[in-house]
Design a protein around this ligand. Structure first.
Ligand code: NFS
Length: 668
């Protein structure tokens, strides 16, 4: 990581709302992650993967003349083990989230969680099919609650099944499944691969970097095609499958005259109930009795994406804006569950009237109020939390709400993309494949992942996305990367007219979609796996995910979850780039080689760590063009496009007849 001491606000973030609030933090001497990152240099030994603290003979730092740890472990073993353990943690986080939803569905189906139910019965039937749950008996269709109970139980079984392998692996293209079997990396169940990875990386166990990394792929696949995919499916069943909605983004969505409640974390179970509680007329009346005009909910991180995709709740911001929401002085409560929550929120909130409320039995923060969430009393607890927030409204002091916000249209589940391209009866990805084959769309980039306080906030996301759009590359997004694009105004259909290249613009205009599609939270990267699998089986773009002209990236990544996502995408056949630094195994050339060339030989995908945005773009486009060539597709040529589309139509209608015939028929 580059050392960056004392950056100016403009060097710290690309986002104007963030810059305003960093300035406020400086003015009132409040501490944020940006300032802490500047004050503390990252450890370059640990950062390069060269510090081993797996036993108490160390920590061993493999620098200078030290080429082995006390136990004799080599640099390669240590770097691979560190990476593997991070993937195990990331896979655990996503998968435990998925397990939680399976229990919620079970409790709802058995009548123990009356505030939840099946909102998308169609999806329930589809998932029942994947999990081998019967939807009919001799008397016809079984009751929905019975199917839901059996789906929940079948989902729970996937976490610890005692034989065979994950059922969802069958959703991948045949060729991909064959590769997993040939390489012996098909996950047997979700939990076992995580436990085995921790076992293998215990002192004195698996001490061959390549072998450790093979199992790392297996563990990560259990996340992508297991825990995360189940999390997405079960969320859709319980809370509805997303379809486009209109919403707004950035800290300007907070309101001076309303009670502002920020939901932050990851699981939709609680936040969906907070949404319901905040709409209750009695609760709204209570807010008015305290002098507010109503209640404004807004989200941070993936909780934001969950409530945005289904309810249209506005986005307050991404990962690095959590403290800034508090710094506005306008937030009565920040309600959190699990993952990506800064402990720094608590001392910061003490300087304002904001209450930090933790809710998950898995995550308490010293000094925060803990109101534990229980599915059996979900709405009651959510109302209690919202009332508590309202009680703080009269305590509010000065506020600084930046007047910065951008509209967006999120909600692109893979079901909706199918529908958008073909309608209800002919839903299909055929038009997308055709557009790529013709070269109107050069390829697809999945831009996902976090912010990182050590790189300029949102800047890498902005740079790569704009470059891809100009080059007629369709961008799909999740997580905090999606929030970055939303704030930059790239998620409205109109944005296509301004930013996209001529071919992509034609497609976006015709279908009426933005050039950057918001596909949800980070567990919803499973939606991207589903789209890629469908593209591979639709025909014309090869027969496997590895054949598609596509790249995955997390230019500002920071979390262990991002490493798990990157690894399962590679193991699914994708070229993946992690940006912002030279990466967590940069101390070992051999491990870097194993993850790039080595993994490419085994599974067709490769992982690279590239610090600079220009280089990320250059290598991505080169990869997309190479995949086009391998498929025998025409070389991409922007000059062929731009002759149709809504923008061109009024112009065409006014042309002299001969020119109009020429434009319409191109001399044919
Ligand atoms: Ni993803 Fe979502 Fe954001 Fe990174 Fe954290 S919120 S699960 S890990 S920081 S994208």
């Amino acid at each position: 990581m580059a050392k960056k001491k004392g950056r100016t606000p403009e060097e710290t973030s690309r986002d104007p709302a963030t810059i305003t609030l960093i300035e406020r933090a400086c003015a009132i001497e409040a501490e944020t992650a940006f300032a802490r990152a500047d004050a503390m240099q990252a450890c370059n030994i640990g950062g390069a993967g060269l510090c081993c603290k797996n036993c108490s003979m160390g920590p061993c730092r493999l620098v200078g003349k030290a080429t082995r740890g006390v136990c004799g472990a080599t640099l390669e073993t240590i770097a691979a083990r560190n990476f593997a353990r991070a993937v195990a943690a990331g896979a655990s986080a996503h998968s435990d989230h998925g397990r939680g939803l399976a229990y919620t569905l079970l409790e709802a189906a058995e009548g123990h969680a009356p505030d939840y139910g099946v909102r998308d019965a169609f999806k329930l039937l589809e998932v029942a099919g994947y999990l081998g749950v019967a939807v009919e008996d001799e008397e016809g269709m079984r009751p929905v609650d019975e199917i839901a109970r059996d789906v929940a139980l079948a989902a729970l079984k996937e976490f610890g099944r005692i034989d065979g392998e994950l059922l969802y692996l069958k959703r991948a293209p045949m060729k991909r499944q064959q590769i997993w079997h040939e390489q012996d990396i098909a996950p047997r169940n979700v939990d076992r691969e995580v436990v085995e990875l921790l076992h293998r990386t215990h002192v004195g166990n698996d001490q061959d970097a390549e072998h450790i990394l093979d199992h790392t792929m297996r563990c990560a696949l259990g996340d992508g095609w297991g825990g995360s995919m189940l999390a997405t499916d079960l969320s859709d069943i319980l809370f509805g499958t997303p379809a486009p909605v209109r919403s707004d983004s950035n800290l300007g969505v907070l309101r001076d005259n309303m009670v502002n409640i920020v939901v932050h974390g990851h699981e939709p179970t609680l936040s969906e109930m907070i949404v319901a509680a905040a709409q209750d007329p009695e609760i709204i009346a209570y807010a008015k009795s305290k002098g507010a005009e109503g209640i404004q909910l807004a989200g941070i991180c993936c909780t934001a994406n969950e409530t945005l995709m289904r309810q249209g709740v506005p986005l307050a911001g991404n990962f690095l804006q959590q403290e800034l929401a508090v710094l506005t002085g306008a937030v009565e409560a920040i309600v959190v569950d699990v993952q990506c929550i800064f402990q720094g929120l608590v001392p910061l909130a003490e300087r304002f009237h904001t209450e930090v409320i933790t809710t998950s039995p898995k995550a308490k923060i010293t000094g925060a109020t803990h109101i534990e969430f229980e599915e059996s009393r979900a709405l009651e607890i959510a109302k209690q939390i919202v009332r508590r927030a309202i009680d703080h409204f009269p305590e509010r002091g000065d506020t600084t709400i930046p007047d910065v916000h951008s509209p967006l249209v999120p909600g692109f589940s893979h079901e909706y993309i199918d529908y958008a391209l073909g309608g209800f009866y002919r839903g299909s990805l055929r038009p997308l494949n055709d557009a790529i084959m013709a070269g109107r769309i050069r390829g697809v980039v999945a831009n996902i992942g976090c912010n990182n306080a050590r790189v300029c906030h949102d800047e890498l996301h902005r740079h790569v996305v704009e470059e891809f759009l100009k080059n007629d590359i369709l961008v799909v997004e999740t997580g905090c990367g999606a929030i970055a694009s939303a704030k930059q105004g790239l998620m409205t259909p109109e944005a296509a007219l301004e930013v996209a290249g001529p071919g992509l613009r034609e497609v976006c205009e015709t279908v009426g979609i933005p050039p950057v599609l918001h596909m949800g939270s980070c567990v919803d990267n499973s939606r991207i796996l589903t789209v890629l699998s469908q593209m591979a089986t639709e025909g014309g773009l090869g027969e496997d995910i590895a054949d598609i002209p596509a790249v995955g990236m997390a230019p500002e990544w920071m979390s262990e979850k991002a490493l798990s996502i990157a690894t399962y995408c590679v193991a699914s056949g994708a070229y993946v780039i992690l940006g912002g630094s030279d990466g967590p195994v940069s101390g070992s050339e051999e491990v870097l080689r194993l993850m790039s060339d080595g993994w490419e030989e085994k599974v067709g995908g490769r992982l690279e760590f590239i610090e600079e945005a220009e280089e990320i773009v250059r290598r991505s486009i080169a990869h997309i063009d190479a995949k086009r060539e391998a498929l025998g597709l025409d070389e991409y040529d922007a000059s062929k496009w731009g002759q149709s589309g809504d923008r061109r139509m009024p112009e065409l209608l006014n042309l002299p007849l001969e020119e109009r015939i020429e434009a319409a028929y191109g001399g044919r």
